[in-house]
Ligand binder design. Structure first.
Ligand code: FES
Length: 95
């Protein structure tokens, strides 16, 4: 199980690989906008502070949305699509 840290001090703990980061954020009542949960609407952008290598790969729909938002190539993901994989630690910020 990987570890997720959400800044500023919203959450710190282990998360199963099956749980999208958006679900974790909603469970801790982070102020998040979201709609589609499929990487299409672009509302739940998060910044990856560290641990990018411990995230699942970006899928086609999410990649297209990141490009539309002009953040492709930056350490940004859609929270609904990003999951912590392996045993690593990922630090994020809600944008
Ligand atoms: S909820 Fe729509 S892109 Fe994540």
């Amino acid at each position: 199980m990987g570890r997720l840290i959400v800044r500023p001090e919203l959450f710190s703990g282990e998360v199963p690989v099956t749980k999208p980061i958006l679900t974790v954020l909603l469970e801790v009542r982070a102020r998040m906008h979201f709609s589609c949960r499929r990487g299409l609407c672009g509302q739940d952008l998060i910044r990856i502070v560290s641990g990018w290598e411990h995230l699942n790969a970006i899928g086609e729909l999410e990649a297209g949305t990141l490009e539309l938002l002009q953040v492709k190539g930056q350490p940004m993901r859609m929270a609904c699509c990003a999951k912590v994989i392996g045993d690593g630690e990922v630090v994020i910020e809600v944008v």
